[in-house]
Design a binder for this molecule. Structure first.
Ligand code: ZN
Length: 488
């Protein structure tokens, strides 16, 4: 038997039927469908390449708005822990980059495209490398889960500038670094819709736990750090740490991380609960010396070293603040005393070599580092390169610098040294090219223009560097038009 008559039984169906009969409404529906289709494409998952580009743009903004720690050892320290975790991540969408922001907030965050930031306040607050590893693993997991990219799909009408402001505001918060960010309420609104969800958190923790274990760390470090943040919240001012704002559900996280760990303890008994944390203490000293008054710090560390003659970190604090105060002679003998106590630790040798180079004792620095060159990180390579250049070996210096060019955090300093190496090799075109890059990064535009003109004069026609210079001109000419990326 056929149906009696088809009667719309839901109001929406009836409405639709009425609408379909009306030609004017028909047109409106067609238009709406078009908009929906367009919104659909705009809302599609952001592609990997787009995510990379967006990440780079936001990094450039952070570099303008926040103070980044450029000390390569500090950055290397964080990056080496991050890379140890990343070795256990099977499919990586991005090449990861690690940064340290000079800011007291207890915070860490990940930008789209694999850029991971840690605030110095967090480094000061943690008690072990393990804790930092756990925080980094969680941030890597947000990137790998593409959580932020997914949230961005929902921000269809928001242009790139607002989106960047929103992300900056979200992660830099109200601190010094973030004060001017929420200029527009659009950015504030967008920022609120970008926060991670509790599901994101749980997914990130689950992934992170796997990598933490595989890298030989202990996931309970994550619990320890979360508890610290909670304590900070209650003890500190009424300001909630930015981390807790963007990563919700702290108490639940503590409970289920402990639970997951209880059910699947990792490392098969390898975990001893102890790691060598002298490295972390060294990094903390470096951070303090970067932001404090070196004379005051030197007094403080000298007192501590006197009271505890076995305290290497007190000696290290003294040596580092003496160097920062440009008291080279005393700094060198303080570092020498440390190297004598820790003859196998290459990092202390690098510090001593840096002080020697600063004081013009290049050959001693060369003799100290050349035998351990295979063990040097990028900070060590940079110091060794400088010692080589000053000892009349620009070719060897160049070979070392080329190895660290990609990842070296202080690009201005690197370009200057590269320029000097090429000048020493009597390659004026390339030398001027790097001096140009150095001065334009330093914002010294008169000097930059001079070196650019000289580079153009000396570089052979058709050379890659010359093309680079021309390309930059193009970019400069188009500036101001390119910011409003279409968001649908
Ligand atoms: Zn999170």
């Amino acid at each position: 038997m056929p149906p009696l008559s088809w009667t719309p039984h839901r109001p929406s169906d009836r409405l639709l039927l009425n609408m379909k009969r009306n030609p004017a409404i028909k047109a409106v529906i067609a238009a709406l469908l078009l908009v929906a289709a367009y919104a659909g494409t705009a809302a599609a998952m952001m592609g990997i390449e787009d995510e990379k580009k967006l990440g780079e743009q936001i990094v450039a903004q952070i570099e303008r708005q926040a103070v980044l720690v450029r000390d390569p050892e500090v950055v290397d320290y964080v990056a080496s822990i991050g890379n140890r975790l990343l070795k256990n991540v099977r499919v990586k969408f991005f090449g990861y980059h690690f940064y340290v922001i000079k800011d007291d907030a207890l915070n860490a965050f990940a930008l789209p495209g694999g850029h991971i930031f840690v605030h110095t306040g967090l480094i000061e607050a943690i008690d072990s490398e393990n804790e930092l590893a756990c925080v980094l693993a969680h941030e890597i997991a947000h990137v790998q889960g593409r959580h932020l990219a997914r949230r961005m799909e929902r921000m269809k009408r928001v242009n790139i500038v607002t989106m960047s402001a929103a992300i900056l505001g979200l992660f830099l918060g109200k601190g010094e670094a973030g004060s001017a960010i929420f200029a527009s309420s659009a950015a504030l609104g967008a920022s609120l819709s970008l926060k991670y969800s509790r599901e994101d958190e749980e997914e990130a923790d689950r992934r992170a736990l796997e990598w933490i274990c595989a890298a030989g760390y202990n996931p309970l470090g994550l619990v320890a750090t979360l508890k610290k943040m909670q304590r900070y919240r209650w003890l500190g001012s009424d300001e909630i740490p930015g981390y807790l704002l963007t990563h919700p559900g702290t108490s639940e996280r503590i409970t289920y991380i402990e639970d997951m760990f209880r059910r699947r303890p990792c490392n098969k008994g390898k975990w001893t609960g102890k790691v060598e944390d002298e490295a972390l203490d060294r990094i903390k000293v470096k951070i303090r010396v970067l932001s404090g008054d070196p004379a005051v710090l030197a007094r403080k560390y000298r007192k501590r070293a006197k009271e505890h003659p076995d305290d290497i970190i007190a000696m290290y604090g003294l040596a580092s603040s003496l160097l920062a105060a440009k008291n080279y002679k005393e700094a060198i003998s303080a570092y020498q005393a440390i190297v004598a106590r820790r003859p196998k630790n290459v990092l202390y040798k690098v510090d001593l070599a840096k002080a020697l180079v600063a004081y013009g004792r290049y050959r001693e620095a060369l003799a100290l580092l050349a035998p351990v060159r295979g063990k040097l990180g990028s900070a060590g390579k940079f110091v060794l390169a400088r010692a080589m250049l000053e000892s009349g070996k620009p070719g060897e210096a160049l070979a070392l610098l080329k190895k660290i060019e990609e990842t070296w955090p202080d690009k201005a300093g690197l370009y200057f040294l590269l320029g000097r190496c090429y000048a020493a090799q009597e390659r004026p075109g390339t030398a001027h090219y790097y001096f140009y890059k150095h001065y334009s990064l330093m914002g010294k535009m008169d000097a930059a223009r001079y070196h650019k003109a000289m580079a153009v004069r000396h570089l052979p026609p058709g050379s890659k560097l010359l093309k680079d210079l021309e390309k930059e001109e193009d970019k400069g000419g188009k500036k101001g038009k390119g910011n409003g990326r279409r968001q649908g």
